[in-house]
Design a protein around this ligand. Structure first.
Ligand code: SAH
Ligand code: SF4
Ligand code: F3S
Length: 459
């Protein structure tokens, strides 16, 4: 066993999990990542189950890998993530050549499962939910490649929205203790990471042990992380509106390193549909939080997730969603047609919306959001923006690419040594999915601004 190939579907939490699996298997078995599945001794598929055809996609991919296994019987194939969690043993029945099946909460057991499969030549299936154990069994983070990193701070979801598989595939909510998270972030910053995105499916429900006495929420954790010298930008995603408390709203006003962008999924602008979705928030309560956040951080922008065509959604319900979009003026959102998912209560709801109507509503909604995104981009022309440079641009290696605080991609000409630095640029042009800028020589190096802590500390 020397080489590993891994393919990842789904959300940022899955990306984080895949990174940790690679680090884990490098530490346990000395495995090295290769970018050609035919050159690998171990093939891993980290799966997502959020929308329709998720299972089909997994079985199709496994179908591509099957001939590799036929040619090389020593090849080990493993499937993890949310489809694995949902399917369990069923996955082996449909794809008997799979050796390892593990869930989002059992990936830390991969080295042992791999040893057992190698020794016994028997399949290993473990999609249990042993809470908190996962993070206690992952190695220290080794060398990072890039100035941005994800850190999962809480797992699972207790909300049980009627359309959603996540509580079923990732299990109940649990939060990592603050000292563990702070240690992980410090180690990443020590390796040159300048931006951290804290992850959870319901990240603002975070409540972790402080290390002293008791527990505290996300606002406290953000304040502690903001004190780490060299950490220039903090984000967190994804948030349920109900768990956005006043302390967290205040943190957006007091922590300058907290990016002026928040992804706050609303799903629908109709209270009747929100109720059927079991979202437990209303349009008015959502708008109230948006107002408070804007009061705390006037330059903040919002993005959201929307589902169109949820069972029972009428023209009037959809119009209410469009009204909400007009009221909040979202920037760059994600929108989907409702798709029925196994084991979710919405399966039983009547009044399915015809596919053609879903298509039409999705196109209208996306058109509006795109127009808003272009308006925001136009308004940025001529402004100076802090950009974290991630590296050379993919299209033109002589150019650099990076992200603004509001999460826009920016390309500009500049020396390669700027990679991994925070710079100030002037926006000169808008493109359909990115911005162009001019760099005038201003740098915000980590050591020149440390610690960027709190507003009062800078005064
Ligand atoms: N925890 C987040 C979202 C997690 S899932 C929240 O509470 O909002 C990411 C997005 O996928 C959801 O916001 C929703 O818009 C979409 N989604 C989830 N289940 C879906 C389904 N059955 N059909 C269509 N979209 C779905
Ligand atoms: Fe799914 Fe709702 Fe939990 Fe988000 S809050 S992960 S949509 S159940
Ligand atoms: Fe998908 Fe699971 Fe993430 S269903 S969106 S991989 S939590």
């Amino acid at each position: 066993m020397h080489t590993l190939y891994i393919k990842t579907y789904g959300c940022q939490m899955n990306e984080y999990d895949s990174t940790r699996m690679v680090e884990l298997l490098a530490a346990s078995h000395g495995l090295r990542v290769v970018d050609d599945p035919a050159a690998a001794d171990l093939l891993l598929l980290n799966t997502c189950s959020i929308r329709e055809k998720a299972e089909d996609k997994v079985y199709t991919q496994l179908g591509f890998w099957r001939p590799l296994k036929e040619r090389n019987p020593d090849l080990i194939i493993g499937v993890g993530g949310c489809v694995a969690s949902q399917e369990g043993m069923r996955l082996r029945r449909r794809a008997p050549f799979v050796d390892l099946v593990f869930g989002p909460q059992t990936l830390h057991r991969l080295p042992d499962m791999l040893d057992a499969a190698l020794a016994s030549r028997q399949p290993q299936v473990d999609v249990d939910f042993p809470f908190l154990e996962k993070f206690d069994h992952l190695p220290e983070r080794p060398g990072q490649n890039g100035p941005s990193a994800f850190v999962t701070i809480m797992e699972g979801c207790d909300k049980f929205c009627t359309f959603c598989v996540v509580p079923h595939t990732r299990g109940r909510e649990y939060s990592r203790p603050m000292p563990d998270i702070i240690r992980e972030v410090r180690s990443l910053v020590g390796q040159g990471v300048r931006e951290i995105t804290l992850l959870g499916q319901n990240v603002n429900a975070y409540r972790g042990a402080t290390g002293l006495i008791g527990e505290a929420g996300l606002a406290e954790l953000l304040e502690r992380l903001a004190r780490i010298p060299g950490l220039l930008r903090l984000r967190y995603t994804t948030s349920h509106p109900n768990d956005l408390d006043d302390a967290l709203i205040a943190a957006h006003g007091s922590i300058p390193t907290l990016a002026p962008h928040l992804h706050l999924p609303v799903q629908s602008g109709s209270d009747r549909i929100l109720k059927r979705m079991h979202r437990k928030h209303q349009v008015a309560s959502y708008l109230e939080k948006i107002d408070k956040l804007r009061a705390a951080r006037p330059d903040i922008r919002f993005s959201s997730d929307f589902i169109v065509g949820f069972p029972g959604e009428t023209d009037a319900d959809f119009a209410a969603t469009m009204d909400l979009i007009a009221a909040v003026r979202f920037d760059q959102s994600y929108s989907f047609k409702y798709s029925p998912r196994p084991g979710t209560p919405a399966l039983k709801l009547k009044d399915a919306v015809p596919e053609a109507v879903k298509e039409e509503r999705l196109a209208i909604l996306q058109g509006r959001i795109n127009a808003l995104a272009q308006e925001y981009a136009q308004a940025m022309l001529g402004t100076r923006q802090e950009v974290l440079v991630t590296g050379p641009s993919r299209r033109d290696a002589r150019e650099l690419t990076g992200k603004t605080g509001c999460n826009r991609s920016v390309n500009f000409a500049g020396p390669a040594v700027l990679s991994g630095q925070m710079v100030l640029v002037e926006i000169t042009e808008t493109m359909p999915n990115s911005l162009r800028a001019r760099w005038s020589g201003d740098l915000l190096p980590a050591d020149a601004v440390e610690p960027r802590g709190f507003a009062h500390a800078r005064a």
